[in-house]
Write a protein that binds this ligand. Structure first.
Ligand SMILES: [Zn+2]
Length: 435
């Protein structure tokens, strides 16, 4: 199967890429370089049985087992009384197991590549349903929108054109606008790339987002099947281990989230090679290295769960810390670490100029990466809760490698790991100078 990928400058290149990761991953045997080592970890974390490290087919639990195995191999010390590494917590999450179908006129579309189901959608089935088109751009104000909402019935599938125009007019995001829709089925065309997410609850309407170029000019009928299951209490596990230093009760923390979006149905896998298999791979690489080179302070490694569902693992950890939060001298949370050819960004660094300076000095001395971009506070990953509790924290991610953010093409076959070895050595040296 060939996929046309348009590059930023408009040129087209053909890449042979399976929409879902291969069932049999070809693992790198005996990785020799830092980059090969990281690629081997990414391949393991995105292999078939991980099912996108999400909420169907036990994907996230397989990933948790894998990380525990790595921690054991590097002889990290578990923080539970019995020496184990896991910290359990639970939350609700909406899932789409089994078969999902969308046929427009007579053409069956490919889940993930050509359409997405809004993550808050409930189950729905319909066969050869007649389609009614509505131009949302013509709706003048909220009163007119209320009237339109009352018109939607369940005997048709509603094709909603120009939703962005209405969102702009009502000053509301599309994911909030669709929550106002009544029970029934709605199709919304998408001009840009399809980007999925998770929901912790359901809304009344079932909404399909369809790539505009896969919709027929005249959309007459829709046949669809959405199989949704809301898990009320889905158990997840943070995984924490330490490498004791000379000072036992003070920690430098290195964290990363290992969960991702999982699967939408049985064919669309969100492997999350960049997000965040790459970040976990770098964290594991540091754990492996420092297990053989203990430092002055103890090192705390945490692989968080539930990040994609709203930073839930980090939130739980900060309320139920396995080491006193005050004992964490500094925390570095590792996000996407794939294409480092244009350097990295460090969130929160404007708050910690001394630590930023230390990282920059290490980089200048060794010419590791092109640029360290400094950024202020942002609530965009796990560091946020630690920051709120007064733990000095950085959130680091590569400046490249986010073009397949939350889509089915964030797969190991496509990942670009330019200069990732140098970024690993930069973080290694940074941890050392913090000691
Ligand atoms: Zn993500």
């Amino acid at each position: 199967m060939a996929l046309i990928i348009f590059s930023v400058n408009g040129g087209a290149q053909v890449k042979k890429l399976p929409a879902t990761p291969a069932k049999k991953t070809v693992f790198i045997k005996n990785p020799r370089t830092e980059k090969e080592w990281i690629k081997a970890q990414i391949d393991s974390l995105t292999c078939f049985k991980m099912h996108g490290r999400g909420y169907v087919y036990n994907g996230k639990d397989e990933a948790a087992k894998y990380i525990v195995k790595q921690f054991k191999e590097y002889k990290l010390k578990g923080l539970n009384k019995d020496g184990t590494y896991t910290q359990g917590f639970s939350f609700p999450v909406n899932t789409f197991p089994g078969k999902q179908i969308l046929t427009v006129n007579d053409t069956k579309l490919k889940a993930g590549e050509e359409y997405l189901i809004d993550p808050a959608s409930p189950s729905w089935t319909g066969e050869n349903m007649e389609v009614q088109k509505i131009n949302l751009g013509k709706i003048k104000d909220s009163t007119a929108w209320k009237e339109t909402l009352a018109e939607f019935d369940q005997t048709h599938v509603w094709y909603l054109e120009n939703s962005e125009a209405l969102c702009t007019k009502l000053k509301i995001r599309l994911d909030k606008l669709v929550r106002l829709l009544p029970k029934g089925c709605f199709v919304i065309p998408e001009q840009n790339k399809l980007t999925w997410s998770l929901s912790r609850d359901t809304m009344p309407a079932t909404v399909y987002y369809v790539k505009e170029d896969h919709l027929p000019k005249k959309l007459k009928s829709v046949t669809g099947e959405v199989r949704e299951v809301l898990l009320d209490k889905c158990s997840s596990y943070n995984i924490a281990g330490i490498i004791p230093g000379e000072v036992k009760d003070t920690f430098i923390a290195i964290t990363s989230h290992y969960d991702h979006l999982g699967m939408m149905g049985d064919s669309a896998t969100f492997a999350g090679a960049s997000d965040n298999a790459s970040g976990v791979a770098m964290m594991l690489s540091l754990a492996n290295y420092f297990s053989k080179h203990p430092q002055h302070y103890s090192l705390l490694f945490v692989a968080f769960a539930g990040e994609e569902a709203g930073l839930l693992g980090a939130e739980f950890f900060t309320w139920h810390p396995l080491v006193p939060l005050k004992s964490i001298k500094f925390l570095t949370s590792i996000g996407v670490m794939s294409d480092v050819s244009n350097g990295i960004t460090v969130v929160n660094s404007t708050d910690y100029p001394i630590e930023l300076e230390k990282m920059q000095q290490v980089n200048t001395k060794n010419s590791y990466i092109k640029e360290i971009r400094s950024k202020g506070q942002a609530a965009n990953s796990n560091h946020y809760y630690f920051s709120n509790f007064g733990v000095p924290s950085f959130f680091v991610y590569s400046n490249g490698g986010k073009e397949h953010y939350h889509d089915v093409f964030d797969a190991p076959e496509l990942i670009n790991l330019s200069n990732v070895g140098a970024a690993t050595r930069l973080l290694m040296d940074f941890i050392k100078v913090l000691n």
